[in-house]
Design a binder for this molecule. Sequence first.
Ligand code: SAM
Length: 311
Amino acid sequence: MKDRFGREITYLRVSVTRRCNLNCVYCGKADCEKKETELAPAVIERLVRAFVACGIRKVRITGGEPLVRADVCEIIARLRAIDGVETLALTTNGVLLAQSAAALKQAGLDSVNISLDSTDGSTYRHLTGADVLERVLAGIEAAQTVGLFPIKVNAVLMKGVNSDGAGALIDLAKTRSIDVRFIELMPFSDAGETASLLVTGAELLRRFPFLTPIESEAGTAKYYTGPGFLGRVGLINPITEKFCADCSRIRLLADGRVKPCLGDETVYDLTPYLDDAPALQREAARCILQKPAGHQFESRAAAHGLNETGG
Ligand code: SAM
């Protein structure tokens, strides 16, 4: 269905936990205690069904780190069984991916985005607080082996922190048939002062002049290729090229509240309607209609880290 601004809302991002096994500097504090607020797979299914009845076609499971949930495959299987879910994707830091890729595929997952901000071990450890780069690289390998497709690697660059490693990340798209996408750093509460750290998409195009634009599917990323590249390089520029007018997303938080816009603090609690399917669908539609015109990152930071919001 369309929101008040005529945008077709077709994409639901579902945070299944606030917990995370990493502690990335720009994201949010790892939250190890909130397991009791997580929704059961059957409840997540009920909520997603309400949104699918409102026109959602693509669902992405995220968090926190979704793979820390032991029942993530049950969640995937339940969402896969919903008529109308055309694409089922997952975003992960990849730490637990090598051991779970086959089961995720078996449960019905289509594709995976893996967050990787550096291919240098010590920079990775500095950014995430964990010495697990090799496990993430093995996770990417495993995802390819079991046939999850497409595979996208997402990186956030920060000046003086990991921006020197952009070339090595781009090399992943050169040598493998995966997309490597750079997301501009957004000002979430835990990210601190982000303006001076921001590496813009335009800067990357100046630094890597061999990147040439290619036809991109509708979405947030603009895609580029380079000589002999097997994969693509994507630029996602929420700060310098606000794409809110084309936003098709809505977010379900790990506790059953709905956040229609990543950059707006308004949330709607759907848990009082869980036992009443028509009311749940009505409230889901209301959330879509309440989606604001766009984020206000230019003027203020979001109050919560992405770990909490669901990245
Ligand atoms: N744990 C999963 C992961 O690491 O992909 C899913 C959740 S994580 C919050 C999702 C994505 O949000 C990651 O790719 C991370 O880099 C991104 N992210 C977190 N804080 C950000 C910020 N301040 N600006 C831009 N992206 C951010």
